[in-house]
Write a protein that binds this ligand. Structure first.
Ligand code: ZN
Length: 428
């Protein structure tokens, strides 16, 4: 009987922990264990950032900062060796979120639209590796290790070093390092991803504390890119996972401030995110976990820093943008930021395809401008049609599909090799 009870307890622990979209808060606690004083330093740097934000004021508000990124794809099985197109589609998803010019901005509830913010931060694939060699920003490393998860904690720190059969960081002061790998907790996916939050060096009490090689983000390979074929979870954040983690990397906390079911105590420090007592795990427009009195607002479930599943997160707030910009300039100040006044990032053209299901033809309609490639593929991924399309202000094109047999197809729209639109179609 005792044996059965302990088994039930273990299963409950695993079930309640299963598929947490992010373990950054747990990671901070873990760092505190191995480096006592970490949490105090982190809290001091947060307080410093929050109290100094007002100094940022309007200064440099029009400047767009661009951060070089390296994706370390550390793979054992073929499925983990993600295609370039998936990684590029992830970069596009990150940029359109940080610039708030993606196709779902209109889904932000009217109540919150005035708070939605363009962070004016962009990311680009590194073009030079630490030795000065040309790179496309994707560092592929084959490993003998099939799972980087630890049996004693929720993380995958060994992926960050060659000695752990992973790969050493590229200078974390010069690049945002993103490690992509398989990691589970004793065979179960417990954590999708986690990030190393910025810490002000001036607060470190120990001289032998060297964490710079750990800075960055680790993510399970299933959650990288739009429509990652390895992701079979309908509750994951999908391509929003890395958006969320980069929010942590630039110093944001969860909007419920990790309080775990209480409205009392420390907030996330951001004025324009309403108080929230607990994370959100289903799409909801009515959830209101904290009554804030006269100016009460529902929980901002569409915020990237909640746990709301991917179809329902669309925004950072202006306050979160200000804090990230402040942290970037003060706590990650050695990143070789490219400063530009005019944003180089092209807004996401908005595509729609109708009818779906269809017979004999489909019509592709878009708003925006640019050169795109339209690729139509069948269920097993074989391309059956490919066309270059030049999209003008109001673009509409009929595509004849009468020669194709009935079934399920995928249409993908690419810009400079990067996927900007993907939809499943049914031909009858
Ligand atoms: Zn998180």
């Amino acid at each position: 009987m005792r044996h059965i009870l302990s088994m039930v307890l273990v299963l409950c622990f695993i079930a309640s922990k299963a598929q947490d979209p992010c373990a950054t808060y747990e990671y901070e606690s873990y760092l505190e264990q191995i480096n006592p004083g970490f949490m105090k330093a982190l809290q001091e740097s947060r307080n410093h950032a929050l109290s100094s934000m007002s100094k940022l004021g309007k200064q440099g508000n029009d400047t767009v900062y661009r951060i070089p990124v390296v994706f370390h794809v550390v793979w054992n099985k073929d499925a983990e060796n993600l295609d370039d197109s998936l990684i590029l589609s992830q970069l596009e998803a990150i940029n359109s979120a940080f610039r708030h010019n993606h196709k779902d901005t209109n889904k932000v509830r009217d109540l919150f639209k005035p708070f939605a913010g363009d962070t004016k931060i962009e990311f680009f694939m590194a073009t030079e590796d630490p030795d000065g060699n040309a790179t496309n920003g994707i560092n592929r490393v084959k490993t003998v290790r099939s799972d980087f998860g630890s049996t004693t904690n929720l993380f995958a720190e060994s992926v960050k070093s060659i000695t752990g059969n992973g790969v050493d960081a590229w200078d974390t002061k010069k690049y945002l390092n993103i490690w992509v790998c398989e990691f589970t907790f004793r065979g179960t996916i417990v954590t999708a991803a986690y990030a190393f939050p910025p810490t002000g060096a001036q607060f470190w009490s120990s001289n032998n504390f060297t964490t710079s090689q750990l800075q960055g983000v680790v993510t399970n390979y299933r959650y990288v890119g739009r429509n990652n074929p390895n992701d079979n979870s309908n509750t994951s954040l999908r391509e929003k996972t890395l958006i969320h983690e980069i929010g942590h990397y630039l110093g944001l906390r969860h909007i419920w401030a990790d309080k775990r079911s209480t409205c009392i105590g420390q907030d996330d420090g951001i004025e324009d995110t309403p108080l929230a007592g607990v994370e959100t795990r289903v799409c909801s427009t009515t959830k209101n976990s904290c009554n804030e009195g006269a100016d009460d607002k529902p929980d901002m479930t569409e915020n990237y820093m909640d746990y709301t599943p991917y179809p329902c997160t669309y925004m950072f707030t202006a306050g979160q943008s200000t804090l990230m910009r402040f942290n970037l300039l003060n706590l990650r100040s050695e990143l070789p930021l490219i400063h530009v006044i005019k944003p180089p990032y092209e807004p996401y053209a908005q595509f729609s395809i109708y009818p779906n299901p269809s017979q004999n033809s489909i019509t592709l309609r878009s708003m925006g401008e640019g050169d795109y490639t339209m690729v139509l593929s069948d269920m097993i991924g074989k391309n059956v049609k490919e066309e270059t399309i030049l999209v003008g202000e109001t673009f509409e094109q009929k595509i004849n599909t009468s020669t194709l047999s009935s079934g399920i197809y995928h249409i993908r729209i690419l810009q400079n090799g990067s996927e900007v639109y993907h939809e499943k179609l049914i031909f009858q």
